[in-house]
Ligand binder design. Structure first.
Ligand SMILES: [Zn+2]
Length: 179
């Protein structure tokens, strides 16, 4: 009678082959994103839980009135600064090949060491609120479909920097030139 026993080498090869296919399957399965999950753009982590709107505080500066600014620099002229403008609207033509206008709100804010610095922000990203409080500008950042993975990668599908300007009524001047 012939010996029908299978060669141990063949058995080993079959077991090895099955193990390999199993490993590949597990590897493949781990790369497939589960239904309704969102993968981090930088690593393999995923989440089911995203914030539809995520808001972050950026900064909040007191705005200095032009009157105060002039007082500070010692050049008060009376009539020219009587209105005490806090904020001014400016429209600049851009020279880089287009005639598009860039509209900004400009203001002076107080720096940490007590200086005054001018800043301009795009009109379309700003909302003005009239207030009785001290004039100030709040800057926030909003992102949509936001989440952070364990490695700290920030994920979102859109983002915008926005400004809320709190000023007394009638404090916006057009094309005002500090000179
Ligand atoms: Zn990540």
């Amino acid at each position: 009678m012939r010996n029908d026993r299978i060669d141990p080498v063949v058995i080993f090869l079959i077991i090895f082959g099955v193990a390999c296919i199993g490993c590949l399957f597990i590897l493949f399965a781990s790369k497939v994103l589960p239904e309704g999950a969102y993968r981090c753009s930088k690593c393999d982590e995923y989440t089911y839980d995203r914030e539809q709107y995520h808001d972050e505080f950026r900064w909040d500066y007191d705005i200095v009135s032009v009157t105060n600014h002039y007082s500070y620099s010692g050049t008060v002229e009376g009539s020219s600064t009587a209105a005490g403008f806090l904020l001014f609207y400016e429209s600049h033509g851009t020279i880089e090949g287009s005639l598009e206008q860039q509209e900004t709100y400009s203001f002076y804010y107080v720096t940490k060491d007590g200086g005054y610095k001018k800043m301009s922000i795009p009109v379309e990203n700003a909302t003005i609120y009239y207030t009785q409080e001290k004039p100030h500008i709040y800057c926030g950042w909003q992102a949509g479909n936001y989440w952070i993975c364990k490695a700290g990668h920030k994920n979102y599908s859109w983002q915008v920097t926005y400004y809320k300007i709190y000023v007394p009524e009638g404090s916006i001047a057009e094309e005002y030139d500090l000179g």
